[in-house]
Design a binder for this molecule. Structure first.
Ligand code: AR6
Length: 244
């Protein structure tokens, strides 16, 4: 089993394999920076499933359907690309769609000012709203490595009256817009898991189950996740929801 060698190269380090037969749970230590260490427990089954799908560069791959794959990796979504022509990154934007903080701010900085100009050109559906919560819009990527940006708006967790439905809509509509524009490769961040306050585990359930259901005609769906804690939650959830 390639479990041990794969884990040595991954961002998650195997911490303890002791008492495996007595208590089949592993503890992983994830080094957030030189000082902080976060420990998470995973069942033996979840670990073997996630790691048997992981390549040496820390990208875990799961089957979504006979023709689509889900790939989960840590990283900065502004640097992601597959071919620069049929690929898109998803921007967790706000309804105004003119930039903001978090990933939205990073994407606008990396794309250059042309992205904001293109966003201005997206018609408002009502004053100050270009992309209502749960919907998606597309623009070119300009200076980004990926060819397109799909802007979507996730729910504010504490405010939205049906946050799971709104979050699911954001993923589903992003994939629909991708398909309509012949995009074959789509990279998502963890929508709503920053400023909008969505709990990671609940968000991962909605994200992965929605993508599983709506991935038709998309060759690869990627998650590019900024922090170790979200990456670990996503890996665990994919192991549960996408048994290969
Ligand atoms: N690459 C990948 N993920 C990132 C990056 C990056 N470069 N930067 C941040 N993240 P957030 P939201 C992660 O707050 O919760 C903005 O102001 C981040 O760690 O960007 O949907 C918008 O304008 C988190 O896990 O989006 C909206 O007003 C995830 O991306 C509001 O924030 C999403 O965090 C949207 O809030």
């Amino acid at each position: 089993m390639p479990l041990i060698s794969a884990s040595l190269k991954s961002p998650i380090l195997l911490h303890s394999l002791s008492n495996r037969s007595l208590n089949p749970r592993f503890i992983f230590s994830t080094f957030l920076d030189s000082r902080a260490v976060v420990k998470q427990t995973f069942s033996f089954r979840q670990v073997t499933r996630a790691y048997s799908n992981m390549s040496g560069d820390g990208v875990a791959q799961f089957n979504l359907s006979p023709t689509s794959f889900l790939k989960i990796q840590k990283g900065d979504i502004t640097r992601w690309l597959i071919d620069g022509s049929s690929d898109a990154i998803v921007n967790p934007a706000n309804e105004r769609m003119l930039g903001g903080g978090g990933a939205d701010g990073a994407i606008h900085r990396a794309a250059g000012p042309e992205l904001k100009t293109a966003c201005y050109d997206v018609p408002e559906v009502r004053p100050g709203v270009r992309c209502p919560t749960g919907e998606a819009r597309i623009t070119p990527g300009f200076k980004l490595p990926a060819s397109h940006v799909i802007h979507t708006v996730g729910p504010v967790y504490d405010v939205d009256s049906n946050a799971p439905a709104s979050l699911s809509n954001a993923y589903r509509n992003s994939l629909r817009v991708a398909r309509e524009n012949n995009i074959q490769y789509v990279a998502f961040p963890a929508i709503s898991c920053g400023v909008y306050g969505y709990p990671f585990d609940e968000a991962a359930t909605v994200a992965i189950s929605t993508i599983k259901e709506h991935c038709d005609a998309i060759k690869e769906v990627h998650f590019v996740l900024f922090s170790d804690d979200i990456y670990n939650v996503w890996l665990k959830k994919a192991g549960e929801l996408l048994p290969n």
